[in-house]
Design a protein around this ligand. Structure first.
Ligand code: M6R
Length: 616
């Protein structure tokens, strides 16, 4: 949560940092701020609201300068207001900081600093940190880098920071623990970019260093980036990565919203996920991360899946896949619950951690706990080089490309694609799936992208259905078997972007409570494809109909029974039940999207949310 960015070089820094903040806004958008150093003064502007609100308050005269740091915030300490916004300035006015993370022991440090005469203007932990650095600098009479290092050794928590000292204005100090930080390196070290991810600087350089936890970087014009360990000051030789990201991937390219673009990218994203892995002609699935640890997988007593939000729903789909196809017992856990409930973990457990961002704090902590108890951890991440990817013993990337809309769409379907490949591979290795079924699945998987394309053609029809939701206060999503998690995901999507209360339920559970909600016109979205327990779902639909509920049904092409009962149907192409979540999800994404747009909601940046939840 929160995005930080910065520039030091010879170009005008303001437009670079503002554009960078716009690209990082998915990380938090309740306030924004910038510092531009004009050669004499560090001019700071900050405000509650979005980057656009910030742009409106920066005066032309104060946009000049070649050094700048900026911040877009998701509030942790202190309400989102102007004062709590970053950057924060130290009491002397010399130091400026932008910070992503949480300093847990800030209160204790603040009290100590207050006794030494420091005055605080905000409620934030970050203002405490910048003043702690100032105090260390004063006490130790040292340079900024040393002061930052010593101060960071006194704090407990997580941070990605950029600090600027007006008395040493040719450098920026950056450091990281828990929160991500990338440094873009310009030609001949003449300029540098700092950011929470590489998106703010991809048009300027393809070379970047990703700081590891507890690393501090001295970023100085004309010099190589000097990286040291925070705890013992030892020198580190950082790896310079070649960035594999282009501008089109992070721009809307004619779509009204990133979410819509990402929904439409799914045929390609799914293909990118299985490319080089799914080899129907050779009759194999190739996955290095699984093969390397195949004996751990094969001898596992069980698989524990840990994740949050949409990724947790992908984990639930995987539970059906692994148990059905590979006959391995599976438990699916919310990372936040798992890490705090003293779970039983053994060396015979395989833990699969699923995370789009690879930075979710609870998932990361759960992985560390599982590893400490001897489990083998396999990471399923989208963001390359992310913390979870690095913390896992092995893993596989989904290769969905950047997902910028806060509501996860292509991340979900690509996670399911990857997990399906793993389940099939393990089913084959363990002899739990017949050769003919295995080959049929390989071939049918390859057909999924074109079937998704076909489904997307129903967009206009789904938009019409969405119009019926304008005044809806609440609705239900029902599914069974493989499509129960899809119902949960449909409900999450709708509530997070349209603010309509929605609940996902296994269709058969409706009689145990939620049916009490049904009255004339109450909308129920039912996944009723012709596989699995079709007849039972039909009975559930009848129960809703007899209470005058309104049915929006996802059915298989050619269905006649449900069509007669439902108010609206959306048809999906014929598909195996195990692969059906890859299709049934698509209309639910489009439905949520259109409902949110019609209700005038901010689809890509829903209230109170952030894309990557790096605090617990
Ligand atoms: O990056 P992660 O997959 O670990 O994120 C997990 C959740 O925060 C995320 O899926 C969240 O629920 C989305 N906003 C859902 O659309």
């Amino acid at each position: 949560m929160c995005g930080i960015t910065g520039y030091i070089g010879s170009r005008d820094a303001y437009p670079i940092v503002i554009k960078g903040l716009q690209r990082l806004e998915y990380r938090g958008y309740d306030s924004a701020g910038i510092m531009v150093y004009d050669g004499e003064k560090a001019n700071v502007f900050k405000t509650k609201g979005k980057v656009a609100d910030l742009e409106a308050i920066v005066t032309e005269a104060n946009k000049k300068g070649t050094i700048s740091i900026g911040h877009t915030r998701w509030a942790t300490h202190g309400v989102p207001n102007d004062v709590n916004s970053h950057p924060h300035v130290s009491n002397s006015g010399n130091l400026t900081i932008v910070h992503n993370g949480i300093i847990e022991n800030y209160d204790k440090i603040k009290k100590e600093l207050v006794t030494r005469g420091y005055i605080f203007h905000s409620d934030t932990d970050s203002e405490v940190l910048v003043n702690l650095i100032e105090e260390v600098q004063k006490q130790e009479k040292c340079k900024l880098a040393k002061a930052v290092q010593l101060a960071l050794n006194d704090v407990v928590g997580a941070y990605a920071i950029a600090v600027f000292d007006i008395n040493d204005p040719k450098k920026i100090i950056a450091a990281k623990l828990g929160s991500p930080l990338a440094i873009g390196i310009g030609e001949n070290n003449e300029e540098f970019f700092i950011a929470s991810d590489a998106s703010p600087f991809i048009e300027y350089t393809k070379n970047a260093i990703y700081l590891e936890d507890e690393e501090l970087a001295v970023i100085k014009i004309g010099k190589e980036v000097e990286v040291r360990k925070v705890h013992d000051d030892s020198a580190v030789n950082p790896e310079v990565h070649a960035l594999d990201l282009d501008l089109s991937q992070i721009e809307k390219e004619g779509f009204d919203h990133f979410m819509l673009k990402e929904i439409y990218e799914q045929p390609k994203a799914i293909k990118d996920t299985y490319r080089g892995r799914l080899l129907p002609n050779e009759g194999i699935i190739r996955m290095a991360g699984v093969e390397e640890y195949i004996e751990r997988f094969k001898s596992a007593d069980r698989i524990i899946i840990i994740a949050c939000g949409t990724s947790w729903h992908a984990g639930l789909v995987a539970e059906y896949l692994f148990e059905d196809i590979a006959r391995i017992p599976v438990e699916v856990e919310y990372a936040s619950e798992f890490r705090y409930r003293n779970p039983i973990i053994t060396e015979r457990d395989v833990v699969i951690a699923i995370s789009q961002s690879g930075e979710t704090a609870d998932s990361l902590a759960a992985i560390k706990m599982a590893k400490a108890n001897g489990a083998y951890v396999f990471g399923v991440c989208n963001v390359v080089g992310s913390s979870i990817a690095r913390e896992s013993h092995s893993g596989a990337y989904t290769h969905a490309g950047p997902e910028i809309g806060v509501a996860s769409t292509k991340a979900f379907t690509t996670q399911i694609t990857l997990l399906t490949l793993i389940a099939l591979k393990l089913g084959k290795e363990k002899g739990k799936i017949s050769n003919s079924d295995f080959h049929a699945y390989l071939q049918n998987m390859e057909l999924i992208p074109s079937k998704v394309e076909k489904l997307l053609e129903q967009d206009a029809k789904i938009k019409e259905i969405a119009a019926g939701f304008l005044e809806t206060p609440s609705c239900l999503f029902l599914g069974r078997g493989y499509n129960f998690p899809v119902a949960l995901e449909g409900a999450l999507k709708l509530k997070e972007i349209s603010y309509i209360h929605a609940e996902g339920y296994p269709a058969a559970e409706m009689k145990h409570g939620p049916i009490a909600l049904i009255e004339d016109g109450y909308p129920v979205i039912v996944i009723a494809i012709n596989k699995g327990h079709y007849d039972k779902v039909v009975s559930n639909i009848q129960e809703i109909k007899s209470r005058k509920g309104k049915i929006i049904a996802i059915v298989t092409e050619g269905d006649v029974i449900v069509k007669e009962m439902a108010d609206h149907v959306i048809e999906i192409p014929e598909v195996d039940e195990a692969l059906s979540p890859l299709l049934t999800t698509i209309p639910l994404q489009l439905l949520s999207y259109h409902v949110a747009v019609l209700r005038g909601c901010n689809v890509d940046q829903p209230r109170n949310l952030a894309k990557s939840v790096t605090v617990e």
